[in-house]
Write a protein that binds this ligand. Sequence first.
Ligand SMILES: [Zn+2]
Length: 132
Amino acid sequence: MAEGQEIRARKNVDLTSLGRSLTRRAGSRCELCDSAGVPLSPVEVPPYPEEPDADHAVLLCRRCREGATGRKLDGADWRFLERAAWSDVPAVQVIAVLLARRLRGSGVGWAREILDSLYLAPEVEHWLRSAT
Ligand SMILES: [Zn+2]
């Protein structure tokens, strides 16, 4: 991820309706780590659209949200990104690849393997180029 570019939770907008459509799509599970029964909140995936849009957001548990929005990513156990990187929801794929790239940048071997073996649709490649 380019310096200064952060995945963030949008402030000052009503995320209720966004949260509702995301909850439906996600089946009330964290879209990265698949945790259920935990508080989930919407996180937008860059580049940010003018209006919050479920196609450009993911629903994440607290740990994943903090990893995604924080500058420091605790590499302890993010191997679930392997599954998320193959998600058929483009926004989930984009955020998983962005996080895997950060881990690869810190020398995490399995993150490199995920990225090397991953097939990305041209639209997702394009999205990733504009997100970084
Ligand atoms: Zn999670």
